[in-house]
Design a binder for this molecule. Structure first.
Ligand SMILES: [Zn+2]
Length: 534
């Protein structure tokens, strides 16, 4: 009897659960059905064969600020001319990007993306891959990770997304109301597209999609929300199109697209959508799994994205990261776009800079373990707070390292280390809030009784408040990031960045012979110093 009761309770529970699931799915489908109707209905949406859009795009980068945690940098204003062939799911975007940061310049290029291949014609970055540099005219095959990012954003911003959701009800689940910003609540549904989940929040009054969210990972702020906010709806041939599209990163607008012209079903010249055959040879399709979306998207904001499968280096040009010995117990990690300096002390190791990601930090940490027989990394010295030089900070904190950081930046790192990072692909979550932080007012001198290592705040400098250079006095080696890239050709006279380095070294009273860089290799200091007064 008892057994029968258990069985009955079990059967009832399953029935209730199944009913709940069915009704949850039904609620989701109801929201999507309403959105499809509000967008023009299935017939009008289904009749869209091509989409042509023109507009302008503005982008801001929060983690390249002058002050840690301070105002975002306005990075560029661009024009776009985009065409999509709906049947073949192929899109071409012609860009003219005018950059204000990190340096004024302009890139004119086109992206073509099909379901299986991606192509860039023209120069779209200062960090060009080997293939781009060797192609004439410049062009390259998109990495699978960039393809995944482009495809995700094209789907998110498509006026046909609601129709796709409607056609795939099994991929929907209602998630209840979601409150954003000033307490506005939206009924919402999760939509699974491949290995991505879009949380689509609807406008209660119109039924239209208002905000489309993904849960991303950011190398500085850990778990973040990335929202596309749609507004300024217009009707084009019976279809509702959002003319203003803003992206919010953790609630802050980092990108704003204003569409000035939309045409539906305009004929497209077929050759505009064709990727040249030579660039299809090594196509691998969009990457799946842990794609570093925020890195890929936002390095393009400032025009320095390296379009490679591996964010740390060009897989077609570099065999990978490696150490170059610059003196006894001093290793320059090179082989990528971003470098670190490793200094062996009596019973521990000091590392300068934690660039790109925890993947790269883990590479350095394991190379240190192999080379220096388990001496722990006790200090991680950050030259400055910009996202590309600190993305591995958690891996060092996780090892128990003390963070050494420039004046005015300690509070920023406290907040960063308190942020949850459950979506970090390279590091398991742990409480890092007790990580020791040393804020350097003007110089940091650390000794083990045999060797000293130094860090000096360079103030003023035009790059970042609290920026430091490193120094290893016994081999007269300096370490510098961004304000000078040793090995790059020197200009005829000092620019503000280089002038700040020369002035900073004088003020510090040190006498470096060589410098190693957070970018680039090594160079003698004398030719730079000789520019003073020219
Ligand atoms: Zn920087």
């Amino acid at each position: 009897m008892k057994r029968f009761t258990y069985l009955l309770v079990g059967v009832l529970a399953i029935a209730v659960l199944a009913g709940a699931c069915a009704s949850t799915q039904q609620r989701g489908l109801d929201l999507v059905t309403r959105a499809v109707q509000a967008s023009g209905g299935p017939v009008a949406l289904g009749g869209v064969k091509t989409i042509s859009e023109k507009g302008t795009v503005k982008q801001w980068e929060p983690e390249q600020s002058a002050v840690a945690g301070g105002e975002m940098r306005f990075s560029n204003e661009s024009t776009i001319d985009a065409v999509t062939d709906v049947a073949t799911r192929t899109t071409r975007i012609d860009w003219v990007r005018t950059y204000h940061y990190p340096a004024p310049r302009s890139f004119t290029y086109s992206e073509i993306v099909t379901p299986t291949a991606g192509h860039v014609a023209g120069v779209d970055s200062n960090a060009r891959t080997k293939q781009s540099q060797e192609s004439n005219p410049p062009a390259h095959t998109m990495s699978g990770v960039r393809m995944a990012a482009v495809q995700r954003e094209l789907l998110r911003s498509s006026p046909l997304l609601v129709l796709e959701m409607f056609k795939n009800p099994a991929n929907l689940s209602a998630v209840g109301d979601i409150s954003v910003g000033g307490g506005v609540t939206h009924p919402a549904v999760d939509y699974r597209a491949g290995d991505q989940i879009f949380t689509v929040m609807f406008d209660r009054a119109t039924g239209l999609p208002a905000r489309i969210r993904t849960l991303d990972y950011d190398s500085v702020w850990g778990d973040v929300t990335y929202d596309l906010v749609l507004s300024d709806w217009q009707t084009v041939d019976g279809v509702r199109v959002a003319m203003t599209r803003k992206y919010e990163l953790n609630g802050r607008v980092v990108m704003e697209t204003k569409i000035s012209q939309v045409r539906l079903n305009a004929p497209l010249a077929a050759d505009r959508l064709v990727i040249p055959a030579a660039y299809l040879a090594d196509v691998r399709g969009p990457a799946a799994g842990s794609v570093p979306y925020q890195w890929i998207i936002r390095r393009q904001f400032i025009g320095v994205y390296l379009d490679s499968e591996q964010p740390s280096y060009d897989t077609k040009a570099s065999p990978g990261l490696r150490f170059v010995e610059l003196g006894p117990g001093v290793q320059h990690q090179v082989g990528g776009t971003h470098h670190s300096l490793v200094v062996e002390m009596k019973d521990h190791v000091v590392v300068y800079d934690a660039p790109v990601s925890d993947w790269q930090a883990n590479w350095v940490l394991s190379a240190v373990r192999a080379k220096y027989l388990r001496k722990p990394v006790k200090y991680i010295v950050l030259t400055h707070h910009h996202m590309d030089h600190v993305g591995g900070i958690r891996a060092y904190a996780n090892e128990g390292a003390t963070i050494v950081t420039g004046k005015g930046t300690a509070e920023h790192w406290k907040r960063v280390l308190a942020a949850p990072y459950t979506r970090n692909p390279d590091l398991a979550p742990k409480d890092l809030t007790r990580t020791p932080i040393v804020e350097v007012a003007d110089k940091w001198i650390h000794t083990d009784g045999q060797r000293e290592v130094h860090a000096y705040v360079i103030s003023p400098n035009p790059h970042a408040e609290g920026l430091m250079i490193g120094y290893v006095p016994d081999i007269k080696l300096g370490y510098v990031t961004d304000v000078w890239s040793p090995g790059a050709p020197l200009p005829d006279r000092l620019n503000p960045d280089l002038a700040s380095v020369v002035a900073g070294i004088k003020k510090a009273g040190i006498a470096p012979v060589k410098f190693a860089g957070g970018h680039g290799g090594t160079a003698d200091y004398a030719p730079l110093a000789a520019l003073e007064g020219k």
